[in-house]
Write a protein that binds this ligand. Sequence first.
Ligand code: GRF
Length: 210
Amino acid sequence: MIQVMEPKKLKLAILASGRGSNFDAIYEAIISNKLNAEINILISDKENAAALDKARNRNISAMHINPKNFENREGYETELVKQLEETNVDLVILAGYMRLVGHVLLEAYKHRMLNIHPALLPSFPGLHAQRQAVDYGVRFSGCTVHFVDEGMDTGPIILQSAVPVLQDDDEDSLAERILVEEHNTYWRAIQLIADGKVYIDSRKVYIKEG
Ligand code: GRF
């Protein structure tokens, strides 16, 4: 069993490809003193990501790294890791980062990289998780915060939060209600790590009580 982190104020990097509402929620949790962390850098693979503007408006260092400027994923991730190491971050937070993570990034941040997925994993991994849940006819879906491993949404689970699926839900209405829970759940998982309460034993996460 390994402790992910001794209790400390965490330095975070956010990786985001889009609108950045999970970034907003994590930022709000920090400024309202619920989350003992600081966001040291936001990096996006998309030049026009709204998340980049949101970071700049908050005087958070914001950087676009274009994967197309590199020969392959290894090259791109080597640059990403260089920036993350220069910033000396403790945790890498994927927040709507729409790219599969390769071995270069994984090896550098094993057990130190988190993702949020809009379904109760292991159900409905991958794209359009909310549509998958509606189409399948489950009564509950929700969100999952997990460590990132080499699979697609397969890493050890830290927290989950359930959301009922209503009879007349479509992908958008369900996504909207799940998003509310995402915003409540992501910072709590990060705070558990900041409190030194999170331990991993192969694929299982244990959270110290109290
Ligand atoms: C969220 O639904 C998250 O679960 C998924 O991508 C979406 C990102 O939304 N991984 P935002 O960019 O944080 O608003």
